[in-house]
Design a protein around this ligand. Structure first.
Ligand SMILES: [Fe+2]
Length: 289
């Protein structure tokens, strides 16, 4: 089985892990970036590319070319740097076909059909469920893992799986399921698909929220470790118990503070909306959430 090289980049501002994935075969120097971050300050409405530039520097130092820019889902807590990375390095921006439902859902909030194509053509490729592809010589496959949102997708790359917010590290558990179309029931079913992978596969998570004072941010646990010790989704937790705890914890939870800017930009693969006389805007719908 192929074991990919993986380098994680942690953004402390949003607790997001971005990954560069590439082959150990030096003859094929192509890579994928999964879930990148465009730094965004909500108060001044300004972006920075510090996080994305660190990824670019790494790719260039390794003399890799960027083949795929992958998103596990439409993030609600940070803006993707997918568009910026593509401008700098090329590559194909891809996400699950299920995001078309997310585009549709949020059109009601943002009234954004004029600058957010409803057919998903702002992404270069929309993956089918179980679609297979390659990153250089690494075999890769889609696994549809809804729950956190209705469109979450995991990427199985060699013997590693990148799960976004479908599961978190064992002492953190799992992502919230209260966004529009989210479902704790679906999240549990998705976790069972993920945990059915071979026990030695490495699971890389999309965020880490280390318990206060306990440890620094980490990004990976094996499937075995998740099966045995995930505090919400281990094999000892039944579906009913998971759903009850998840829904209780999500009830009344505040929305992520970057939710509105993030969703609307991420629905355009990380671009802000149509400019008016050269100025772009973030929309803040009033009394919609
Ligand atoms: Fe998320």
């Amino acid at each position: 089985m192929h074991t990919p090289n993986v380098r994680g980049f942690f953004d402390p501002a949003t607790a997001t892990w971005t990954y560069v994935v590439w082959s150990t075969n030096n003859a094929v120097a192509q890579c994928a970036v999964i879930d990148s971050v465009l730094d965004y300050d909500i108060y001044s409405c300004t972006t920075k590319t510090t996080s994305a530039d660190a990824v670019i520097d790494f790719i260039q130092e390794k003399r890799l070319s960027l083949q795929w820019i992958l998103e596990t889902h439409i993030h609600a807590d940070h803006i993707t740097a997918a568009h910026y990375l593509q401008q700098k390095l090329g590559g194909t921006i891809a996400i699950s076909k299920h995001i078309l439902a997310i585009v549709h859902t949020w059109e009601a909030y943002f009234q954004n059909s004029a600058d957010t194509p409803q057919d998903g053509r702002q992404f270069d490729h929309l993956f089918e469920d179980d679609e297979e592809f390659t990153i250089a010589d690494l075999p890769a496959k889609i696994m549809y893992t809804p729950g956190h949102t209705p469109a979450d997708t995991s990427y199985i790359i060699g013997n590693a799986v990148f799960v976004g917010d479908a599961m978190f590290l064992p002492d953190v558990g799992s992502g919230r399921c209260d966004f529009p179309g989210g479902s704790a029931e679906d999240a549990y079913d998705s976790s069972r698909k993920l945990l059915a992978l071979p026990g030695d596969y490495r699971m890389y998570v999309g965020h880490d929220y280390p318990p206060e004072g306990m440890r620094g941010p980490r990004c990976m646990a094996t499937i075995d470790q998740q099966q045995q010790t995930n505090n919400r989704l281990s094999y000892s937790v039944d579906k009913h118990s998971f759903i009850a705890r998840r829904n209780a914890d999500d009830t009344g939870k505040p929305v992520p503070h970057l939710l509105l800017p993030s969703i609307q930009a991420n629905l355009r693969a990380g671009q802000f909306g149509e400019a008016v006389n050269g100025v772009q805007f973030v929309k803040l719908p009033v009394n919609m959430l």
